[in-house]
Design a protein around this ligand. Structure first.
Ligand code: R5P
Length: 302
């Protein structure tokens, strides 16, 4: 059985890094937009009986979902034996309930959509909150990579006497694990969200901040409001550097500038989404997870 990675334009760097580690070929998916914005997806190269790995980070799920569906179904029509999806960032997982009457519970619906496109999934630290495990919403096999070990290593190497902060209860799972890995103290703050760009965050306990470098850790920065508010609280009682580490650098609009303006000294992210803040590479765990999904049937496509 042969294997090949097909990737969307934004994922070229990650695809090359992963393909090199696995020793399998990497091809771009051709994605042309017609004048009316409809997409033409073209897959070049032979796929006969191949294991196809589609690499597509889902930072803009509304834009990429249909092209992803076209690519997956076309790969199968062209002879692929199996089609797997590697989505380092899995969009829509925050909308995991019907928060107000009539709303779509998008996380489940999006998972069903993806499950109908591909045979397996590899992703990194999905936002799991009310949905405890991906298996609750995905009928296909799914591998979750945890970036905590790599983040812990980055903090160990770059931050003097770190004290970790999570801006809300949802971040506790990541903050606690990373703090334990580097034997650092941590505190999880309380967040109340009033709107997309309006949150309040509780003050940290001042006494514990002394002599430490605060490191805010969150899984997603979207509008930047959460990070900015948390930095504001820390800044009230801390003059020194404040670092922000984010797993998924969604950074909608001017989020990066908002966080910088709030007083962050350093802002870094994993490369689950390509962004100037990327400092923590995921190619190694992605390659291992893909290799495990492909099993020992992996051989380069000629
Ligand atoms: C939610 O709980 C997430 O962990 C993030 O805190 C949230 O998505 C950040 O969103 P924003 O940057 O828009 O405040």
């Amino acid at each position: 059985m042969s294997a090949v990675i097909l990737h969307f334009p934004d994922d070229a760097t990650q695809a090359q890094a992963v393909g090199q580690r696995l020793g399998i070929p990497v091809y771009p998916i051709q994605w042309r937009k017609f004048p009316d914005e409809e997409s033409l997806i073209t897959i070049e190269g032979a796929l006969d009986r191949a294991d196809v790995v589609l690499l597509a980070t889902l930072r803009n799920p509304d834009v990429i979902a249909l092209p992803l569906y076209f690519a997956a179904r076309t790969a199968r029509e062209l002879g692929a034996a199996r089609v797997g999806l590697v989505a380092p960032y899995l969009g829509y997982m925050r909308q995991d309930a019907r928060f107000h009457a009539g709303e779509a519970a998008s996380a489940r619906l999006f998972a069903q959509f993806l499950g109908n496109c591909v045979d397996w999934l590899v992703t990194v630290d999905p936002h799991l909150h009310r949905i405890r495990q991906l298996e609750e919403v995905f009928a296909i096999p799914a591998t979750v990579i945890q970036s905590g070990r790599l983040i812990a290593e980055w903090i160990r190497q770059h931050v003097h006497k770190p004290m970790l902060f999570g801006p809300d209860s949802e971040s506790a799972q990541w903050v606690a694990a990373i703090a334990e890995a580097i034997d650092a103290p941590h505190e999880v703050l309380e967040k109340h969200r009033e709107g997309d760009r309006s949150v309040t965050i509780s003050a940290p306990s001042a006494a514990r901040l002394q002599d430490f470098t605060p490191v805010l850790v969150d899984d997603i920065v979207s509008s930047g409001t959460t990070m900015a508010e948390a930095i504001g609280q820390l800044r009230r009682m801390h003059d020194g550097p404040i670092a922000c580490v984010v797993i998924h650098a969604v950074f909608a609009g001017d989020a990066l500038q908002i966080i910088e303006k709030a007083g962050a000294s350093t802002i870094v992210s994993t490369d689950s989404i390509p962004h100037p803040s990327n400092a923590i590479g995921l190619a190694a765990p992605l390659a291992s997870a893909i290799a495990a999904r492909l099993g020992d049937r992996t051989m380069p496509v000629a």
